[in-house]
Design a protein around this ligand. Structure first.
Ligand SMILES: Nc1ncnc2c1ncn2[C@@H]1O[C@H](COP(=O)(O)OP(=O)(O)OP(=O)(O)O)[C@@H](O)[C@H]1O
Ligand SMILES: [Mg+2]
Length: 363
């Protein structure tokens, strides 16, 4: 049967070559007909050699892939001497009993005598690798869900603690201040001078108020809940200017403010910008930073650009730096993306993008 293509010596040589190979291999002619198949391949697809010889190679593919493959076959097998062959191509294989499994296929050209062009096909069963990849993807997904859930709990907890500090500690300080103030007023009305220690106590209560307000705001700025993310970003940029020597500008494009955004997503946007700005203050050695919120056709884009030392995000991330990893994870949880680019002469740019359709839903 193979005489049509090759002389008998050549077939024996090829047969020996394939027989001694540990990998599953087939040799096809230039139109994709199987000439030889070695034992590992026959075992992999559960065929006898006689079932395969002279049959088209598509027999080893499932039905839908077969049709596509027949269409492509001329490309795969046409004149193998002159074209580069596919290597590591992932396909589905089909055993004789119809079951399917993932395979990786590599083709290499073979030049037989009398100018006959052949193709050597090596097949690897990649079921285990695919299962491992799937398990890894599942674990990554679960970890992302867990991180998102923990983020949600943390944010709720911050809200609760801020509220409690406000009500309990704020109430306590207000009470102390009120009692002492009333006493001082009574004494003053009675013509007695105010006791300096009590006047100091009122001033201390005022300082206490400020400290409480700062703790509450650091936990969760109320402007975020009351006026939304854009006002919160403007407010935060203002805070950065006041607390550091940076010039911090914040430009929110008009149409951005009309976007409807879920509260959880607002929190995510705020926290990502907050971390980016904190990094600028801590690491960039910059004199200015700008926050810009805009849109392209389909996506909300917030960029934070500083004029500092810049850095290479790929090489700088260590086990202790969670800020940049956290920004990416937070954004990904809601279907967005964070990219960090930096160079010595252009500073660092953190770019957060989130498609419009993700603004109102978690996934
Ligand atoms: N804007 C920036 N300019 C220059 N270097 C930066 C900038 N942002 C980040 N870096 C560098 O990238 C590193 C990683 O940042 P990342 O926010 O992940 O961690 P971190 O700020 O060091 O710690 P944390 O986990 O508390 O955020 C920083 O240590 C710093 O060297
Ligand atoms: Mg950081």
């Amino acid at each position: 049967m193979t005489k049509r293509y090759l002389d008998i010596v050549e077939v024996r040589q090829l047969d020996w070559l394939l027989g001694s190979a540990a990998d599953a291999m087939i040799i096809c002619d230039a139109v994709g007909r199987i000439i030889l198949a070695n034992p590992p391949l026959l075992r992999m697809f559960d065929y006898d050699a006689n079932d395969l010889i002279e049959r088209p190679i598509e027999l080893l593919l499932p039905e839908p892939a077969r049709r596509v493959h027949v269409g492509l076959r001329t490309d795969y097998f046409k004149d193998p001497r002159t074209r580069s062959m596919a290597s590591g191509r992932e396909l589905s294989g089909r055993r004789s009993n119809g079951t399917e499994f993932p395979i990786e296929v590599s083709l290499s050209p073979l030049q037989a005598q009398q100018g006959v062009s052949l193709v050597m096909v090596t097949v690897h069963d990649i079921s285990a690798r695919k299962q491992a990849e799937q398990a890894l993807r599942k674990t990554q997904d679960e970890l992302r869900q867990l991180a998102g859930h923990l983020e949600h709990i943390k944010e709720e907890e911050r809200k609760r603690i801020a509220q409690e500090i406000h009500d309990e500690l704020g109430g306590l300080l207000a009470g102390i201040k009120a009692y002492v103030s009333v006493y001082i007023e009574r004494e003053t009305r009675a013509g007695r001078p105010a006791e300096p220690l009590l006047v100091d106590a009122v001033a201390l209560a005022d300082n206490g108020f400020q400290a409480v307000r700062k703790v509450i705001t650091d936990l969760r700025p109320s402007v975020l809940d009351q006026l939304g993310v854009w006002a919160a970003l403007e407010w935060y940029a203002d805070q950065i200017e006041k607390r550091s020597k940076l010039v911090c500008s914040c430009a929110i494009d008009n149409h951005v403010t009309s976007l409807q955004i879920e509260p959880e997503i607002s929190t995510m946007l705020f926290r990502v910008v907050q971390e980016a700005l904190t990094n600028v203050v801590r690491h960039a050695n910059a004199s200015s930073v700008s926050v810009h919120a805009t849109t392209d056709d389909t996506t909300l884009v917030i960029s934070i650009q500083d004029n500092g030392t810049g850095f290479n995000a790929d090489s700088k991330l260590t086990g202790d730096s969670w800020g940049i990893t956290g920004m990416g994870e937070r954004a990904r949880y809601f279907g967005g993306e964070v990219t960090v680019t930096g160079s010595m002469d252009q500073g660092t740019c953190v770019r957060l993008s989130l498609p419009f359709e993700k603004l109102r839903s978690r996934h």
